[in-house]
Design a protein around this ligand. Structure first.
Ligand SMILES: Nc1ncnc2c1ncn2[C@@H]1O[C@H](COP(=O)(O)OP(=O)(O)OP(=O)(O)O)[C@@H](O)[C@H]1O
Length: 424
């Protein structure tokens, strides 16, 4: 239940507001002036504060500065009977979420509180996402092959610039990891890195996902929603599987890139965004352009720098190092000592056909850790890996390539559509 603090020296106003808000199922505390408010805010976790301006001891204008220092993310709605436009502007300048005149219009007050709560939720969501991203950020990029050295060198050179980068390569080769390092090594690394998997979002929702929407823009748009472009402001937007984006969304992304402005679906206001875009695909975008599935102008906007991530079969020298890395990582997760790999087992693993690339290798290492004894021997590889790697049926192969069930579903759907075309 969201918790609200009402700060007003007038007991009757506090009581009226408390009754209304409790009826709306909010939990409400009261404070009699700015100083009392600060004591409450230090001891409790509020979602919104409603604060009068004229109060004894510490008035609202001074109190909001203290609130900003203590809890910069806490939305404060100012209310005042002595309001004029200058006071409202000053309050907002000092960080108030909104300003409402006394006696407050009930509907306006409730809508403002809802919006302030939405903002609180977004901030929390953003923090959770940033934590997750930081966790992913800490993933090392392993490999000393020529291909990997070239990629690392490109990241060092390109990351600090604002150039757009298109990352290409087969599934599971580490395209997302490259994007994360580009962000981490850029001057935007204090800002968010927001990821959109264009293949996982149905085409009718992708525009709303990217640009947000205004309430009522379509049947299920029950409230305003901020899109990924806005969420990525001052940071990086990673458009994964860009080759699966529909032409209509492509046109809008192109406009956003050209003008650094977006418009929410169903809205008419232009919103400026400062976003660096990185994109990735496993498709041959030039071939998609020829087939009319991808806009050439968008391709040129995105592919200022192209990073090609090679398949694992093309950098077999990296396999031992990657195996050691995954063993250490996975054994740590399981809370066991890292297992050793016999030389003959390592050699065999190096020769296998890794169609699912590094993702498949990681899964295989996990399987070997679970199924083998203290040491991973050649016979373990022959028993638990070779059958699935050399005699793989089409379905196992697909599962190795797509660890995300939704991506797999989309792939199967696309294949089915192709077959339908052939049969007709
Ligand atoms: N060089 C590397 N060192 C260590 N781990 C890696 C490396 N490259 C990829 N990985 C790991 O392999 C897995 C797959 O990588 P990632 O998701 O970046 O691939 P992808 O090319 O984006 O895949 P997809 O095309 O399916 O989206 C992840 O767990 C990632 O951390």
């Amino acid at each position: 239940m969201p918790k609200i603090l009402i700060v007003d020296d007038d007991a009757s106003i506090r009581r009226t507001l408390k009754n209304i808000l409790e009826f709306e199922k909010y939990k409400v505390d009261e404070a009699v002036d700015g100083l009392d408010a600060m004591v409450h805010i230090k001891q409790n976790k509020y979602d919104v504060v409603i604060m009068d301006i004229k109060m004894p001891k510490l008035d609202g204008m001074d109190a909001i500065e203290s609130v900003q220092k203590l809890r910069p993310d806490l939305p404060v709605v100012m209310i005042s009977g002595h309001g004029n436009i200058d006071t409202a502007v000053e309050a907002v300048k000092k960080g108030a979420f909104d300003f409402i005149q006394k006696p407050p219009d009930l509907n306006r007050l409730l809508i403002t509180i809802r919006n302030a709560l939405d903002k609180s939720c977004l901030i929390t969501e953003k923090k959770v996402l940033q934590r997750k991203v930081r966790k992913k950020d800490s993933q090392e990029m392993i490999g000393k092959s020529e291909g990997m050295e070239l990629i690392k060198d490109t990241i060092e050179r390109v990351a600090p610039t604002d150039a757009r980068v298109l990352i290409t390569g087969p599934n599971g080769t580490g395209k997302e990891l490259v994007a994360r390092w580009m962000h981490l090594k850029s001057s935007r690394n204090e800002g968010p890195m927001v990821e959109v998997n264009c293949a996982a979002i149905p085409s009718e929702l992708i525009e709303s996902e990217l640009f947000g929407h205004e309430k009522g823009a379509f049947t299920s748009a029950v409230k305003n929603r901020v899109g990924k472009f806005e969420l990525a402001n001052d940071g990086t937007l990673f458009l994964d599987e860009i080759g699966d984006m529909g032409l209509s969304a492509q046109a809008k992304v192109l406009r956003a890139l050209q003008e650094s402005k977006i418009t929410r679906v169903g809205g008419d206001k232009e919103i400026s965004v400062n976003v660096r875009v990185l994109a990735a695909t496993n498709k041959d975008l030039r071939a998609e352009i020829r087939k009319g599935n991808f806009r050439e102008d968008l391709y040129h906007r995105l592919a200022v720098i192209i990073v090609k991530v090679p398949a694992l079969n093309e950098r077999r020298d990296d396999i031992p190092m990657l195996i050691e890395h995954f063993i250490n990582m996975i054994c740590k997760e399981y809370g066991i000592n890292p297992k050793k790999v016999e030389n003959t087992a390592m050699k065999l693993l190096q020769t296998l056909n890794w169609t699912g690339n590094i993702r498949e290798l990681r899964n295989v290492v996990e399987r070997l850790i679970i199924l083998s004894g203290d040491t991973i021997a050649k016979k373990d590889v022959e028993q638990f890996v070779v059958p699935s790697s050399s005699k793989k049926d089409a379905l196992t192969d697909l599962f190795d390539k797509y660890d995300d069930l939704h991506k797999l579903q989309l792939h199967v759907k696309r294949e089915f559509e192709n077959y339908k075309g052939v049969l007709v």
